[in-house]
Design a protein around this ligand. Structure first.
Ligand SMILES: Nc1ncnc2c1ncn2[C@@H]1O[C@H](COP(=O)(O)OP(=O)(O)O)[C@@H](O)[C@H]1O
Ligand SMILES: [Mg+2]
Length: 222
């Protein structure tokens, strides 16, 4: 089933007198259950594309549809709720909120969507069990390891059962072994939940974790 349809997406930035064409006529579809990696060198436009796919940024032209909704037609208020319901984001840095516990950090997106604290904590605890960080629930981000923080960030991204999990260099800030464990976890998330995943990376080893691989070279997909 076609989930996300990216049609003729271009992204330009003005750079002094010149225009920087970062994305050139990007056309592709993400199907439900896909596990895709997008590889390209630094500066090739990977983060720009991922942000546009997740409605964090707008294309200069072209359209993005999630099922039957044209995401480029939604206003800021509609978008923030849409994002919370439909997308999970994982970045190189965890961006956990330092003044909240790990359990709270994982649960917050569910509460933002109107679930009670009790329901949200229950869902967070189940996920933390799956992610093998349940014993860390009452700690603060500063008290746990880098790998545990990234697993908590994955929990936060999954709690609202997103249609698509978008990850931008998710192991970029981890040592090799910890990174490998996080990559195996993506496989498990794909296998156990049928989660649709899209990972961007400059690292070939990371891109191999996916079932289908795309390349972005000078703003074009191949
Ligand atoms: N807000 C911006 N304004 C101007 N240029 C930008 C902006 N964001 C990204 N760029 C440029 O777009 C290109 C692609 O950036 P990015 O998508 O971050 O690449 P990647 O994630 O593949 O390293 C780079 O040349 C970058 O400098
Ligand atoms: Mg990037």
């Amino acid at each position: 089933m076609k989930l996300l349809k990216i049609e003729k997406v271009n992204k330009n930035y003005a750079s002094g007198e010149k225009t920087l064409h970062v994305l050139k006529n990007i056309d592709f579809c993400l199907n439900k259950g896909d596990f895709i990696s997008l590889m390209g060198p630094s500066g090739s436009g990977k983060s720009t594309l991922l942000n546009i796919m997740g409605t964090m940024d707008f294309p200069s032209s072209g359209s993005i549809h999630l099922l039957n909704t044209n995401l480029t037609k939604l206003n800021e208020n509609e978008l923030s709720e849409y994002r919370l319901k439909h997308f999970g984001f994982i970045y190189q840095f965890h961006y956990l909120l330092p003044e909240f516990t790990i359990l709270e950090n994982v649960a917050i997106p569910a509460m933002l969507l109107g679930k009670t604290k009790k329901e949200s904590f229950k869902l967070a605890e189940e996920l933390m069990e799956f992610l093998n960080i349940s014993q860390r629930g009452h700690h603060y981000p500063s008290e746990i390891s880098g790998g545990e923080k990234q697993r908590a960030a994955i929990g936060r991204a999954l709690i609202n059962k997103p249609d698509i999990l978008l990850a931008d260099e998710p192991t970029g800030n981890l040592d090799h072994e910890t990174g490998q464990r996080v990559l195996k976890l993506f496989r498990k998330i794909h296998n156990d939940f049928g989660q649709t995943l899209f990972i961007v990376t400059h690292d070939e080893e990371v891109s191999k974790i996916a079932l289908k691989r795309l390349n972005l070279i000078e703003g074009k997909l191949s």
